[in-house]
Design a protein around this ligand. Sequence first.
Ligand SMILES: *[C@@H]1O[C@H](CO)[C@@H](O)[C@H](O)[C@H]1NC(C)=O
Ligand SMILES: *[C@@H]1O[C@H](CO)[C@@H](O)[C@H](O)[C@H]1NC(C)=O
Ligand SMILES: *[C@@H]1O[C@H](CO)[C@@H](O)[C@H](O)[C@H]1NC(C)=O
Length: 376
Amino acid sequence: MANKSWVVVSLVLCVAVAVVSSSDPGAPLIFVLGDSTADVGTNNFLPTSTARANFPHNGIDFPSSKPTGRFSNGLNSADFLAQILGLRRSPPPFLSLKVKSLRKKRFSGVNFASGGSGLLDITGKTSLSLMKFGTPEKTPLAAPSINQKNVVSLTEQIQQFATVKRNLTAIKGRRKVTKKSLFFISIGSNDLFEYYHSNSSIPKEEFLTSLLLAYENHLKNLIDLGARKFGIISVAPIGCCPSQRIHNTASGCLEDLNDLAVAFHGRLDALMFKLSSECKDIKYALGNAFEMTINVIQNPLPFNFTQVDAACCGAGKLNGESFCSPYANLCLNRDNYLFWDLYHPTQAASKLAAVTLFNGGPQFVTPINFAQLAMA
Ligand SMILES: *[C@@H]1O[C@H](CO)[C@@H](O)[C@H](O)[C@H]1NC(C)=O
Ligand SMILES: *[C@@H]1O[C@H](CO)[C@@H](O)[C@H](O)[C@H]1NC(C)=O
Ligand SMILES: *[C@@H]1O[C@H](CO)[C@@H](O)[C@H](O)[C@H]1NC(C)=O
């Protein structure tokens, strides 16, 4: 009974929103939400954030070798997804935007992604996350105060989207957020990292249930705000990051973490199927970042990768013991590395991921790929 009335409520919501956002011509707007895999400079605007990358050697392959805040030697997956859709790169970070930019003819969307963030509001805000993100100077960090702004949580990213939508609606004659707008979401790794490394007594299945419940709430909030087309990227084999391999005596992947990533994908797949049957006009493509990446790790040479264990930029074992910084080691053949730093893919790996999301078959992206999503 309770279930049935929820379905009715959500159907009403779908219809109401569809009427409010009437059809508009032109290219779809792109909104990006998520963590450091998609951050294009959000955290540069958070003075106390330790999850930052706006210093060399980051950005060494970006135009003018500019460190923009991307956790990459160049572009990241959000950039390549936008590029395939005809933009120069990802839309700019929300925190860099003035309302007048929304009036510009070339306004293409907004990127809200924030390094260190997760599905849970607490993720990225604990001392555990500070262990993860050291400052490049290696200065001792003061204990984080609860009020310090280290990351923009997904909850806050969605609130920011709501303000953008309000502003766009207020600007007469501008393209509005419509059913055609694309929402790219890449998040979940940090929740899994923090759960795993906290040695939590919460059982794995129970934790995943709470995580996916959080994901469901976020997606429903976006749906209530008019979002209909979702390009979602699940969690990569994060146990294979250099930062995790160093915990393994043989430098192999941490299988328990990888198992969490696989289980997360399965749960997310089921959630998306459920949401799309409850709200019929939702379209989605779910990228299986685990399959995509493990496929490359197991067979790297056809993809031009010769190094899939160590990071290109970093220090210590596998360059996986500290973040990329001006003082870190830097590899020369960056296009041959899967990992740029201890957690993040190189530009070459990000490009491969975006191309696979767009054109990949059902092994990598279901039930349709990102190209079909864009056309739908
Ligand atoms: C939009 O409007 C809100 C006020 O509701 C403002 O705080 C926000 O920063 C504005 N900017 C953008 C880019 O949407
Ligand atoms: C979790 O356990 C490992 C191994 O026993 C230990 O090295 C690590 O410090 C623990 N982490 C936390 C946050 O308690
Ligand atoms: C493969 O890697 C080499 C660097 O060793 C680079 O020069 C070349 O452009 C790469 N090829 C492709 C197809 O990315």
